[in-house]
Write a protein that binds this ligand. Sequence first.
Ligand SMILES: Cc1cc2nc3c(=O)[nH]c(=O)nc-3n(C[C@H](O)[C@H](O)[C@H](O)COP(=O)(O)O)c2cc1C
Length: 212
Amino acid sequence: MDLANRRETYEEAGLDVDDVHADPIVQFEQWYRDAEAAQLWEANAMVVSAVDADGWPTSRYVLMKAFDHHGFVFFTNLESDKAVALDGNPQTALTFGWLPLRRQIRVLGLTERVSSDEADDYWARRPRGSQIGGWASPQSQVVPDRAELDRRYAAFEAGVGDGLVERPEHWGGYRVVPQRIEFWQGRPNRFHDRLVYTLSPTGSWPITRLAP
Ligand SMILES: Cc1cc2nc3c(=O)[nH]c(=O)nc-3n(C[C@H](O)[C@H](O)[C@H](O)COP(=O)(O)O)c2cc1C
């Protein structure tokens, strides 16, 4: 494979301070709508990065399940590696990669757990199979084989019968409260546009341009 000679030309329209909304969450919503309109698979997928207790950055995709001026929300197992890392160090990075649109959004922020009411509310909307999976999977733990996972799923399913699957204590969500949001638009000749909103002490979001 000759990746060094692989080149795409980025002809998308540019991004200027005059084109973007003063409020980065409104701007995010516009780009998110564009990603949905382009029918990108899992447009709400984002990479969440955390720093673990040994100082290693670790990254994985999760699904953003809500966003507003309070932050970006995802749900997960609260005993997973990511949860342990985020509980120990709330400094987080998120990356959205909408590559067919030649777009990337990068967020820096602090992470907090969502309330149990919020977690209950989303849990109740999950399909039953995902709820059972949430009980049956000790996320991030070593398991002997696939059969053991299937056995755990079947055992939980048999145990609960037709009953309500309650949210386990070990399942909940995190909200990433943004402090810096970068909008990246690919342009020809690798002369890409990068606009960064940085939260000021007064709550405004001054915008600066970074070299590509
Ligand atoms: C597109 C995509 C979406 C995902 N969404 C979630 C999610 O919302 N929550 C979650 O816990 N894991 C999600 N995963 C799985 C995670 O990437 C990861 O494998 C899992 O959470 C365990 O990560 P950890 O061991 O670092 O905690 C998703 C994976 C992909 C590829």
